[in-house]
Ligand binder design. Sequence first.
Ligand code: EPZ
Length: 418
Amino acid sequence: MSAIIINGGNRLSGELNIQGAKNSVLPVLAATVLCGGECVIHNCPELSDVETSIRILAHLGCFCLRDGNSIIVNSSGMNSFEIPDVLMREMRSSVVFLGAIIGRTGRAVISSPGGCELGPRPIDLHLDALSKMGVVIKEERGFLNCTAPGGLHGAEIHLSFPSVGATENIILAAAVAKGSTVIHNAAKEPEISDLADFLNSAGARIYGCGSDTIEIHGVNSLNGTEHTIIPDRIAAATYMAAAAVTGGTLTLNNVMPSHLVAVMWVFRECGCVVEPYGKTIVLRAPERLKRVPTVRSQVYPGFPTDAGPIVIAMLTKADGTSVFAENIFQNRFRYIDELRRFGAKIKTEDRVAVVEGVPRLSAADAECTDLRGGAALVIAALAANGTSEITQIQHIERGYDNITGCFSSIGADISLKK
Ligand code: EPZ
């Protein structure tokens, strides 16, 4: 079982290029199923979730090849509409293939994605919307058997919650449906706009991404295209937090500061100087961070839930007590027990974490519970005195491309133990 070994306490400073966004490359790879010709996707991070998506595409009969940071997909040979249970279980966000497979073949069979480390992950909003577009869904033996007997047609859809995945699935199905679809209360995350940019470059007609209302006018077919994935805003926040908690100075290249407004605000609140210019952010940390009275996770453009564990880890050494309210997922605090092993003083009640800053953390052996919780443990270990060992790092490998290489390039004493 591999592990990450960290001798903490180093000030982390230097320059980093940020990876492509995991939560953009996954829906874009699913969208290639809709495109009749060859698609070339650039700036794809090397992540286990991306490898799983490539295996799903191959299983569906698509040609799929990674060439460095680019992935070439040609779905013209697609010959299946089923995603096997084992692949669905490997990555619950495979549910985003649903809209694309139905859009291409008129059918889809996937297993219910079930819950994950963050608590129940229902897909009722996805299924309700697809039903309004003509999809008949039979749930049997844990599988969703979807057909579109009369073909996919446009619909007016109001999401009771601006779900990212549901918004993506609707866009994918609507792109080639008959007629037009309007999504009210749509998710506004940058990854949605990136998906729409990809599809529009292939001939789709999608308008309004980044706002509450998205309009999609269905077209008969989509062609192959080329696209570059946006930078990963959560990976950027992760490296910023590590530099902040160790009193470092960090230059991040290939980022989109406009995607990180709420995040940069929190870093400024705790005493960092954060200067965005162009596709670069420079962060200068104080000797010791100040507390941040309250941080609340919200849908975009609010503070992102995925950066919650990262910022909580950073604030464990702040001067004073900070409060973090998680408003998106039911059970996103499982990693906090592991964080306490480093001497962090955190009380949780329901979805609120009260973080009492301590002057120092001490090394510990800890186990990752989920992707961003695992990143939080790495940040704590980098800030702690002594040698820590972090296990169950498969969670981290889902979302961070070469995290040990990135951290060691800015001065961390970190290594992978196979
Ligand atoms: C996406 O998940 C991201 N994953 C998550 O990132 C991210 O935390 C989340 O959006 C919120 O920003 C990918 O893009 C692959 P949601 P998704 O649908 O689409 C409830 C990471 O760390 N809900 O916006 O699953 C749901 O239970 C991951 O990279 C329903 O009730 O998020 C949750 O409480 C973690 N019914 C809330 O909405 C539904 O049909 C947010 O879910 C769908 C969602």
